[in-house]
Ligand binder design. Structure first.
Ligand code: GAP
Length: 453
């Protein structure tokens, strides 16, 4: 079972501290959200899982964390200054603004239903900001609209500082910004979000095969995070809808509560980006339509040692949205169950490695020194194992604690009771089955580690 509506998720997220509307106390700003105490843990766990699979578990990738403020020259040569636009229409009647391709009722304003709309015109989605102390428009930067451009501009730095040869990839996670005309569907379409992107550089001619490899790899990864395979769809992007850099893109769509939409895109960007940012482009036979006359001082190419020729690698790019991942996984984990006396139990059946809290240690009686001290010791020992956040709950209300931890997806709760003082064991309650068992404190670390592996 998943959530039935987006409202169920929004309500859970606010109630339990996953997500809040940004600038809430001043009325909020559309398209911006803040991750609360549970949200930040969950999001970090998801990013960590991605990094582990993209960097630590591979032998052909490196990581990067580049600046967000981007030079206009980079975004000129990437094509964003000229083409990163959405078609904007104004409603002359109520003065609202819409994306022309998202007017669901044939050219009517979604707000006031008027048909008195302007012709669509391109609206650039990039945010601009002044650089330095003088704000006279002469020196500015963009907030990056995708994380990958600085991967391309650092291509040579990374080649020179490591011993990589093609095929290899560069991974980066971090913020991206788009001035979306109509942000909507909670954190699905927002103006400030995070991406997890890998640019995988390959020899031209091997690109189609690597593209297939990454499409399958990425679907497998989402399934390992807890998304049912049948809720993921592979969608071939139509030729006329491809981004300016793409030869072929396959979207991995997910059935969100508001409908099926893109969770991640896997594109074959060809030699477009490295070619556009390369010095003396004319030295290369660049196959895509690139911006000519690059002012770059660097040749972003590699040498084919057998053929003794320089070439610009092709790029396969799996690009996933962190926030869309958070939304999809929360939706996928959401359960409602009837328990005794027709009471409703809400739980998040998250995979343990993603759960914001790994275990809660609960002394049966609030402020009982012996129970609390022993609970603190157990909490501290589990925390030291380094598998994520463990909390001590000293409110004394076991029922309420179980309910709260079910809703935030804590896999196990450990209760320290008076019997514990005698038999040196605790009660471990499983979130999904609600089954309880006694585990000796001596064996707790092993039990806990096995649980998370
Ligand atoms: N570098 C390629 C690129 O940026 P994209 O399809 O525009 O491609 C990649 O974005 C991913 O970033 C999307 O699949 C989506 O998950 C996420 N994303 C894009 N725009 C977003 C937005 N406004 N809000 C939330 N996530 C977004």
């Amino acid at each position: 079972m998943t959530a039935q509506t987006m409202e169920e998720l929004v309500s859970l997220c606010k109630r339990r501290g996953f997500l809040f509307q940004s600038n809430d106390i001043y009325g909020g700003i559309k398209g911006l959200y803040d991750y609360g105490p549970m949200g930040v843990e969950f999001k970090n766990n998801l990013k960590q899982a991605w990094w582990k699979s993209m960097v630590y578990e591979r032998d052909d990738t490196e990581g990067l964390d580049a600046s967000i403020l981007s030079s206009p020259v980079v975004l000129k040569h990437s094509g964003h200054e000229d083409t990163f636009t959405d078609p904007l229409v104004d409603c002359r009647a109520c003065k609202s603004r819409w994306r022309a391709d998202q007017l669901f009722e044939n050219n009517r304003c979604p707000n006031c239903k008027s048909e008195d709309l302007t012709e669509p015109r391109p609206f650039n989605l990039m945010f601009k900001t002044a650089i330095g102390p003088v704000d006279d428009g002469s020196s500015f930067a963009y907030l990056r609209p995708e994380t990958c451009q600085q991967i391309f501009t650092n291509f040579k730095n990374i080649l020179d500082s490591t011993s990589r040869t093609v095929p290899f990839g560069i991974a980066q996670m971090g913020k991206a910004f788009r001035n979306e005309i109509t942000p909507r569907n909670f954190i699905f379409r927002v103006r400030e979000f995070e991406q997890m992107e890998l640019e995988f550089f390959v020899k031209p001619g091997t690109d189609d095969e690597w593209h297939e490899y990454w499409i399958n790899k990425r679907i497998e990864w989402w399934v390992n995070q807890g998304i049912k395979k049948e809720n993921l769809k592979k969608i071939e992007v139509e030729k006329n809808e491809l981004a300016h850099y793409s030869k072929r893109t396959v979207d991995i769509n997910y059935v969100f509560p508001h409908g099926e939409e893109e969770l991640e895109g896997v594109a074959n960007r060809t030699d477009f980006d490295l070619g556009s940012h390369t010095k003396n482009q004319n030295d290369f036979k660049i196959t895509s339509e690139v911006m000519k006359n690059s002012s770059s001082t660097t040749k972003l190419a590699v040498q084919d040692l057998e053929e003794k020729k320089w070439y610009i690698p092709y790029v396969i790019e799996p690009s996933a949205g962190v926030d869309r991942g958070v939304l999809a996984l929360l939706n996928e984990a959401y359960r409602e169950e009837n328990v005794d006396n027709d009471n409703k139990r809400i739980l998040l059946s998250l995979k343990p490695h993603l759960s914001p809290i790994k275990a809660a240690v609960i002394p049966l009686k609030k402020n009982n020194e012996e129970l609390v001290n022993l609970s603190k010791e157990i909490k501290s020992n589990l925390q030291k194992l380094g598998l994520g956040r463990v909390v001590l709950e000293n409110s004394g209300n076991i029922g309420k604690n179980y309910r709260r931890h079910d809703e935030i997806g804590t896999p196990i709760c450990l209760t320290v009771d008076f019997e514990t003082l005698e038999d040196k064991s605790v009660t471990v309650r499983d979130r999904d089955t609600m089954k309880q068992e006694r585990v000796s404190i001596e064996n707790l670390s092993e039990y806990y580690k096995k649980y998370f592996n």
